[in-house]
Design a protein around this ligand. Structure first.
Ligand SMILES: NC(=O)c1ccc[n+]([C@@H]2O[C@H](COP(=O)([O-])OP(=O)(O)OC[C@H]3O[C@@H](n4cnc5c(N)ncnc54)[C@H](O)[C@@H]3O)[C@@H](O)[C@H]2O)c1
Length: 321
């Protein structure tokens, strides 16, 4: 894929652009000679994530809550809707804001794409699959999910599902060129420091580095698939830039399934930690298995993850230090 060929002189709007993943996309598109408008309300993002871009003439930052309407003079070619708090520790504190970002927010973002005739990309999530039936692991995009709408994760899982329905409706009714990524657990530098309260991977690193107990929920046999940020960003850029992806919903994640106990042991070893691994009750509705079927990403985007877990962990452990 020739990103420069796609991006040169394009006007791109990225909502949630000051977040972990959004900031890498802002950088990649600026590097490829696009003009980028980053819209963010700093709900969970940081100005420092886009610090390197702030003096670039092709970069504009707009502080705004995307669940409220906004008017732009410039004409966008691509709108990427990434704005949403995404860490499980926020599901309890900010359920309404999460619901709004993925319903009212996507409605505002799609309205901008419609008015400007822009291509639209939505960063959905593997959480639309909920706690998948083991028969559907690795999980293909055709699996409709097993989600509890009234459980503690409902605000995120169901609003992302509603966001997907919005995208399909705008494509169907207004003929917009849309694409959706179902992103699986992604890690790497710029992950939020307070993700240690919501996600196992940064929590284990923090605990191991401090010599505290590494707290595994359940017996640790539940699985996740961990995607390094460079792989995820490459997948999202391909989804946004490639004509072949029009109309598609595509899993973007690592298809190597790792148990949470294996992850804890790997992090303990890589940090030379003396921490003990301890076991605690499993949170309600915690998915037991998470692993994508990535044949569609391979076929449409010619994308596969490149960074093995052990190598990626070394990168993020260093960054955490
Ligand atoms: N990181 C992952 O593993 C992962 C997995 C699945 C899906 N996703 C999705 O990818 C997107 C980016 O996730 P991330 O990991 O970079 O999270 P993040 O929290 O670092 O980034 C989200 C950004 O959106 C901004 N934001 C939130 N609500 C907003 C609002 N109402 N108006 C404007 N800005 C708002 C935040 O301030 C933040 O900068 C999210 O939509 C998330 O649901 C991420």
């Amino acid at each position: 894929m020739d990103l420069k060929k796609f991006a040169q002189d394009k006007e791109i709007l990225i909502t949630g652009g000051a977040g972990f993943l959004g900031s890498y996309l802002c950088e990649a598109f600026i590097e490829a000679s696009a003009k980028v408008t980053c819209l963010d309300n700093f709900a969970s993002g940081l100005a420092s994530n886009v610090d390197s871009l702030k003096d670039n003439k092709n970069f504009t930052f707009v502080e705004h809550d995307i669940s409220k309407p906004i008017y732009f003079e410039n004409k966008f070619d691509l709108v990427m809707h990434m704005a949403s708090r995404a860490s499980p520790f926020e599901f309890d504190k900010y359920p309404i804001q999460i619901l709004k970002a993925n319903t009212l927010g996507i409605w505002v973002a799609l309205g901008i794409a419609k008015k400007h005739g822009a291509r639209f990309v939505y960063t959905s999530t593997s959480e639309v699959y909920g706690n998948p039936d083991p028969k559907f692991v690795p999980t293909p995009e055709t699996y409709n999910g097993n989600v509890n709408p009234i459980g503690p994760r409902g605000c995120y899982d169901e609003s992302k599902r509603a966001g997907e329905a919005f995208v399909v409706a705008y494509r169907h009714q207004h003929g917009i060129d849309t694409r959706m990524a179902r992103i699986f657990n992604t890690y790497g530098p710029r992950m939020r420091a307070d993700d240690i309260y919501g996600r196992a991977l940064p929590r284990f690193i923090d605990q191991a580095q401090k010599g505290e107990d590494i707290t595994v929920f359940g017996d640790g046999s539940q699985t996740r698939s961990f995607t390094y940020v460079t792989d995820q960003v490459e997948g999202l850029l391909r989804l946004a830039a490639m004509d072949e992806a029009a109309g598609a919903v595509i899993n973007i994640g690592n298809n190597k399934e790792t148990s949470i106990l294996e992850l804890a042991e790997m992090i303990k070893k890589l940090t030379n930690s003396t921490s003990k691994i301890t076991f605690h009750p499993l949170p309600e509705d915690d998915p037991l298995r998470r692993c994508p079927d990535i044949s569609r990403a391979k076929k449409i985007l010619d994308w596969t993850p490149k960074v093995p877990l052990e190598e990626g962990l070394k990168g993020i452990i260093e960054w955490f230090r």
